[in-house]
Design a protein. Sequence first.
Length: 319
Amino acid sequence: MTDAIVAHKLAKRYGGTIAVDDVSFSVAEGETVCLLGPNGAGKSTTVRILATLTRPDGGNAWVAGSSVSTDARAIRARIGYVAQHAGTDVHLTGRENLRIQAAAHGLRRTAAARRTTELLELVGLAAAADRLVGTYSGGMARRLEIAMGIVHEPEVIFLDEPTTGLDPEARTSLWTELSEIVRTRRISMLLTTHYLDEADQLADRVVIINRGTVIIDGTPTALKAQLPGGGSVIIELTRVPPKDVVSRVVRRAGCHDLDLQGSNLRVRTDHGHHSLPVLLNGLREAGFDAASAAVAQPTLDDVYLHHTGQSLATTGPST
Ligand SMILES: Nc1ncnc2c1ncn2[C@@H]1O[C@H](COP(=O)(O)OP(=O)(O)OP(=O)(O)O)[C@@H](O)[C@H]1O
């Protein structure tokens, strides 16, 4: 398989801030890769370098076979880029927005009209095509932006936080459309997200970035399978405990990676179901009763927690 994107030791500073320190990864043709990481990790900067909107200070990258350092123009013709706050004209209809975008990419009138209709169908906006975009929901506007990003049939598409700000239902329906686009068009896709469930659902591979550096890279299944032991125990206590008390109980039960949020705790366990009664007893002896308890299979958040010592689920999206 050929690589659609290769990033090699990318680095970028803004004054004293190191936005990207040492980022290397690749995206094969037709593959969907998710860049995951907390706010300020360097995801957007990495994508902006690959989309030739920012020059790297160090390293190099190749997109659709061309170098971002020397062939930015060739790359731009072959990629689509949908920014975090991409724009549509709210005073025009969805169809008009798309037609203008098609014309901007040099499509002739009939070809633009045909492609517009096809794309509106693909992103589920056919019924709303002739409504003003100002009347669209957040999810509909985002779908239109994505359609605008692929109007010129790019080989590679970059999506920066495509679902931030959308409600869960709109996110799920956008995932369906994105999967459809990738499957039917054989587009290689690099997307950034804060949402682990999104990465799990959409990505062939996940690249976790923290502080400008790639921490881990692999398929969601492989990353979860590599974790030692058998998943997590989740316990909700009837009142908020002191962290040191819980830490002690967790250590004695042979569990690790404690994430305590108020009266909810989550720990990784190497012994699956066996750890649950040990933890519950320990907590009860320390004076804390459980309101509910469960053993969960490993998630990408467990992967993230294991490699970084912090939970990505507790850091919200930036908007
Ligand atoms: N144009 C800029 N000027 C100055 N600093 C910048 C600029 N762009 C990014 N940074 C800084 O570089 C670091 C990485 O930012 P970046 O936007 O790439 O992170 P991110 O992982 O995309 O975060 P988020 O999820 O919040 O968008 C941050 O500290 C950010 O403040």
